[in-house]
Design a protein around this ligand. Structure first.
Ligand code: GLA
Length: 405
């Protein structure tokens, strides 16, 4: 990410160094999709937004293999704050739900070898109605740095989108000024899209490590496909600006919750890997079933997501509820490809596809593996046909290692 330092005196604009963060899509956990704005710790102490929830998730991440697989951020989302700022103008956590305070929570998360993420809003209030950062950006950036925050998600409720183009970079300037590396997640483009305006993704990629493009994910297959279909359109060319330090964020992984079948969970994981999306789980890690956990921890899918080139995939074929996506990965000339069947017509689709159609156009041949089960499919040349079976609302995720180097 190229740093834009806006000097608020109004005139000078400096360019500083890259913040070095998010060279591959960030991985972690976020409370929002699964736990929402549940502030009722009296009646629902296990699931309410409070320090206990985040400490328990940090425990699970460290002990159950998530951290070892690469998941590192524990992100507090909305509804963590007290309804008012303190007398000094600083944000404060809700004292009842976070009795030890945010610095202590950050210390706990760090003691597990994990990173601490937090949520604020660019406008006057957060989407949940808590104090926003408008008029307090410098104070808030410093408060977060003092608490040991490693990631800031800056939402855009209760603000004017006209202010975002100059305002989001200003928060980035203040984060930078604290001297603490803080990965910056911007909801800026999602609000432009909501108002049917095309975001300036080049500007966004200069200031933000990750950015939300579209609506919030919900716990359903419809929601997953709506997001994937939006990304397929690539309106505003957002994939072109993505790369190390800057990634599109199609929102959280809902794997391990209530809404997706087994195939649909694989499909979400595969598509998030192909799109080079942040892998931010939002599920109850205390109650994960082994299947969902195995999807989230699958090393070969994660390796595609975390490919060091950081080049996102794109859709190369869209036909009758079958989408083919292609992502270049290392070693050079190799690719990951997803054949996604969004339909629900009972029976698996049997396809015979020319390898060229899947993006395997090199002359040197490819070793193809099905990624989730690690099943070797065979060696193929670009003119060969490959037989692929895809379940309804499911995916075939393939890795094609180029043999021509
Ligand atoms: C917005 C964001 C969500 C979540 C909520 C919190 O809707 O897009 O991801 O942060 O606000 O209120």
């Amino acid at each position: 990410m190229e740093k834009v330092l806006l000097l608020l005196a109004g005139v000078s604009v400096l360019y500083a160094l890259d913040n070095g963060l998010g060279r591959t899509p960030p991985m972690g956990w976020n409370s929002w999709e699964r736990f929402r704005c549940n502030v009722d710790c009296d009646n629902d102490p296990e699931n309410c937004i409070g320090e206990k929830l985040y400490m328990q998730m940090a425990d699970r991440m460290a002990a159950d293999g998530y951290k070892d697989a690469g998941y590192e951020y524990v992100n507090v989302d909305d509804c963590w704050m007290a309804k008012e700022r303190g007398p000094d103008g600083k944000l404060q956590a809700d004292p009842k739900r976070f009795p030890s305070g945010m610095k202590a929570l950050g210390d706990y998360i760090h003691s597990k070898g994990l990173k601490f993420g937090i949520y604020e809003d660019f406008g006057t209030q957060t989407c949940g109605g808590f104090p926003g950062s408008k008029f307090f950006m410098e104070t808030d950036a410093q408060t977060f740095a003092d608490w040991g925050v490693d990631l800031l998600k800056l939402d855009g409720c209760y603000s004017n989108i006209e202010d975002m183009t100059s305002g989001y970079p200003i928060m980035e300037f203040f984060l930078n000024k604290t001297g603490r590396p803080i990965l910056y997640s911007c909801s800026w483009p999602a609000y432009f899209v909501a108002y049917k305006k095309i975001p300036d993704y080049k500007a966004i990629a200069k200031s933000c490590n990750i950015w939300r493009n579209y609506d919030d994910i919900q716990d359903s297959w419809d929601s997953v496909t709506e997001i994937v279909n939006y990304y397929a359109k690539n309106e505003g060319n957002f994939f072109e600006v993505a790369g190390p330090g800057s990634f599109n964020d199609p929102d959280m992984l809902i794997i391990g919750n209530f809404g997706l079948s087994r195939d649909q969970q694989r499909a979400q994981m595969a598509m998030w890997a192909i799109m080079a999306a942040p892998l931010l789980m939002s599920a109850d890690l205390r109650k994960m079933d082994p299947y969902s956990k195995s999807i989230l921890l699958n090393k070969d899918v994660i390796a595609i997501n975390q490919d060091p080139m950081g080049q996102p995939g794109s859709i190369i074929l869209d036909m009758n509820q079958i989408q083919i996506w292609f992502r270049p990965v290392m070693p050079k000339g190799s690719a990951a490809f997803a054949v996604l069947y969004t339909g629900s017509y009972g029976t698996p689709e049997k396809l015979s596809l020319k390898c060229e159609t899947l993006g395997m156009v090199g002359s040197g041949g490819y070793n193809v593996t099905e990624v989730f089960d690690g099943r070797y499919v065979g060696m193929f040349k670009s003119a060969d046909n490959i037989n692929i079976t895809v379940n309804p609302s499911g995916v075939f995720l393939g890795k094609a290692v180029y043999l021509g180097n």
